[in-house]
Design a protein around this ligand. Structure first.
Ligand SMILES: O=C(O)CCC(=O)C(=O)O
Ligand SMILES: [Fe+2]
Length: 247
């Protein structure tokens, strides 16, 4: 298949079909929902992901959006650093100059009026998980605002709550923030459930998450805990998460 360079998270980005990812298996115990009912097209910040990997029209739009998201991210990082009384570029300096862990995912959740042989009967659009790295800046689908359609939900306390964005972006903190802030920030469990009515099953969902993460050799440790701590290497952490999701 064109532009398919291997499993989700491969260095070249590109296309991953339905039935490859099992994102629910990356958070704690093995998932009950099986492979995710989604296909993806990905752009990555990686030397192997160059312009020759992508269809020209898609590349121009994808890279333009990628650049805009990086501009937003730089501001978010400054706000985060200032809120912790750290120097303004404390986080930005671990991302640029790249390559870093940033990637843009175009997620297409097909209509569910037919069943697919690569999925199990318990498959949902995207299994419950926390995001792997630092901020995710998500442009969700407008159908999430309608009950029984779309399906994005976040765990609040012990309850799943619908995320209604009303045209806005959703910013989510991933697992590396928990390590980086010594647990002051939590990573929120979220998922995308299936449409509920027959009519809703005939509709598709499109979302555009921009994942971010520091350069692979960044050692992440509690910024409040002093220099001599054990840390986790950002690139190795991401590699392990992706390995779980694709196996
Ligand atoms: O499709 C969505 O809105 C969310 C997807 C998601 O949670 C993710 O890509 O990590
Ligand atoms: Fe997510």
């Amino acid at each position: 298949m064109s532009y398919n360079f291997g499993p989700y998270g491969n260095p070249k980005g590109g296309y991953t079909p339905v039935g490859v990812e099992d994102v629910g298996s990356t958070s704690g115990s093995k998932t009950e929902t099986g492979k995710d009912w989604v296909e993806n097209y990905v752009f990555r910040s990686h030397p192997e992901d160059d312009s020759t990997n992508h269809p020209k029209e898609l590349m121009e739009a994808g890279r333009a959006y990628f650049d805009q998201m990086e501009a937003v991210l730089k501001v978010l990082h400054k706000m985060a650093a200032m809120s912790f009384d750290l120097e303004e570029d404390y986080f930005n300096k671990h991302f640029w100059p790249g390559p870093n862990g940033n990637s843009l995912r175009l997620a297409y959740y097909p209509a569910q009026d037919v069943s697919l042989s690569t999925l199990s009967s318990s498959s949902i659009r995207y299994g419950a998980h926390t995001d792997y790295q630092t901020f995710t800046i998500l442009s969700p689908d407008a159908t999430d605002d309608l009950d029984g359609y779309g399906g994005l939900e976040v765990m609040v306390g012990e309850e799943w709550v619908k995320v209604k964005s009303e045209g806005g972006l959703v910013v989510n903190a991933g697992d590396l923030w928990v390590d980086w802030t010594g647990g002051r920030w939590k990573s929120g469990l979220h998922r995308v459930v299936n449409p509920s009515s027959d009519e809703a099953k005939g509709t598709v969902r499109l979302s555009v998450p921009f994942f971010t993460g520091p350069k692979p050799d960044t050692l992440i440790f509690d910024v409040f805990g002093g220099e001599e701590q054990e840390g986790v290497m950002a690139g190795e952490h991401l590699r392990r998460k992706l390995e779980r999701s694709n196996s």
